[in-house]
Design a protein around this ligand. Structure first.
Ligand code: PEP
Length: 250
């Protein structure tokens, strides 16, 4: 399977620093066989990403998408609008949106469906808090997050991307061990398989960096990475991409 490495820039960047980072990726992205590479940029910079990356090997996308196609939804951006700027992906249900914007599992499912309907691939994030992990609820939590998405997408479920992002590992420098991540990925894969969607790429996210990427990406059910902080430094991001190009478990 082709590996997928996606950068999530979050609320970072400006025109000048973006231009430098995008140029570094564009120059390099064409020469990484076996890896699809993408960056999810803040909405206003989609056109900048499109201009810098078009006709290259690096895809781009957004960090959110509206559950609605059109209408009186101030501040929202539809999948069709993203598509007009060449976006291939939209992150959906990132834990920061669940936490700070009150997105429920059902909202996330509606956004995933709207993304696909508009021609954009949703990268659906699931993950447990530290408290939930300590209470042995990890499996139940991620499956409960995934379930409404599978129900909403039905036979289109195979067209999404899933990302396992333990909340306690996001932006903390405390990554899941390869074994911890693989165990959850295997559970997610088994659930996808029940719906005939076992080929959905399942990415790991949470403090992935050039030092830990190889071990994580070598796991049989880890098909790539969703990278926050390290995606802001082109050389670190490209080192992770390089690790994805030479995994041993796939
Ligand atoms: C993320 O934002 O999805 C993420 C995984 O962040 P970080 O790599 O910084 O932990």
């Amino acid at each position: 399977m082709t590996m997928l490495v996606v950068g999530n820039w979050k609320l970072h960047g400006d025109w000048h620093s973006n231009a430098e980072r995008l140029a570094a990726l564009h120059g390099h992205g064409a020469v990484v066989p076996g890896v699809t590479l993408a960056v999810c940029v803040p909405m206003p910079y989609l056109q900048q990403a499109q201009q810098a990356l078009q006709n290259g090997a690096v895809a781009w996308g957004a960090q959110d998408v509206s559950a609605h196609a059109t209408g009186a939804y101030t501040g929202e951006v539809s999948a069709a609008m993203l598509k007009e700027f060449g976006a291939r992906f939209a992150i959906v249900g990132h834990s920061e949106r669940r936490q700070y914007h009150g997105e429920s599992n059902e909202t996330v499912a509606a956004k995933a469906r709207a993304a696909l309907a508009g021609g954009v691939v949703p990268i659906v994030c699931v993950g447990e808090s530290l408290q939930q992990r300590q209470a042995q609820q990890t499996e139940a939590v991620v499956l409960a997050q995934l379930e409404p998405v599978l129900q909403a997408l039905q036979q289109d479920a195979g067209r999404m991307v899933l990302a396992y992002e333990p909340i306690w590992a996001i932006g903390t420098g405390q990554t899941a061990t390869a074994e911890q991540a693989q165990a959850v990925h295997a559970v997610l894969r088994a659930r996808l398989q029940q719906d005939g969607a076992s080929s959905v790429p399942v990415l790991y996210g949470g403090s992935v960096n050039p030092g830990n990427a190889s071990a994580l990406l070598a796991q049989p059910d880890i098909d790539g990475a969703l990278v926050g902080g390290a995606s802001l430094v082109a050389e670190d991001f490209l080192a992770i991409v390089q690790a994805a190009a030479t995994p041993t478990g796939h």
